[in-house]
Design a binder for this molecule. Structure first.
Ligand code: HEC
Length: 138
């Protein structure tokens, strides 16, 4: 009788431990995901703070509106450097069902994207000869 109790005690302990471990890893996983989705493939806070105020505000709206259906990495690493191209894209995204982007907000988002496009164009020119610089900025 005592042996059985001892045994169930051990199993109970093991079961408890297992549940605790599973619980802890699920918890950690959730924290990890929240951390990731918080950034949504966007820029670091330092990089955003370094922007000029108008562009910074535009970036924040971009980060809010353009991360709803995909991560920000999608527009940021699209390689689009032509402002006309951006206007088309933003318009297309805005017209998607449930985009939540108004025409006024689209214009505001474009302030950032046009700034970004210009920056990428000049970076591309500078980096044509120095690949190292590119790696530094990653
Ligand atoms: C309603 C959901 C939704 C929102 C909001 C949204 N997108 Fe998209 N986006 C998509 C979908 C779906 C695709 C893929 C299909 C396509 O290319 O049409 C996409 C694709 C893209 C692409 C193409 C990437 C590539 O590899 O060619 C870019 C760039 C982009 N989005 C930028 C933006 C920008 C900038 C915003 C904010 C103004 C935005 N998206 C907001 C749904 C959305």
């Amino acid at each position: 009788m005592t042996r059985v109790y001892d045994l169930s005690g051990v199993w109970g302990y093991i079961l408890g431990l297992t549940i605790m471990m599973v619980g802890a890893s699920v918890g950690l996983f959730a924290v990890g995901c929240a951390g990731f989705s918080g950034r949504r493939g966007g820029w670091s806070e330092e990089r955003v703070e370094a922007l000029e105020p108008e562009v910074r505000g535009a970036y924040r709206l971009f980060a809010l509106r353009c991360s709803r259906c995909h991560t920000l990495a999608r527009p940021l690493s699209s390689g689009i450097t032509d402002p006309a191209h951006w206007r088309n894209y933003v318009d297309r995204m805005r017209r998607m069902p449930g985009s939540g982007i108004s025409a006024t907000e689209a214009k505001q988002v474009l302030v950032f994207l046009e700034y970004y496009a210009a920056q990428e164009r000049s970076k591309r020119r500078r980096n044509d000869t120095s690949a190292d610089k590119n790696i530094d900025e990653l």
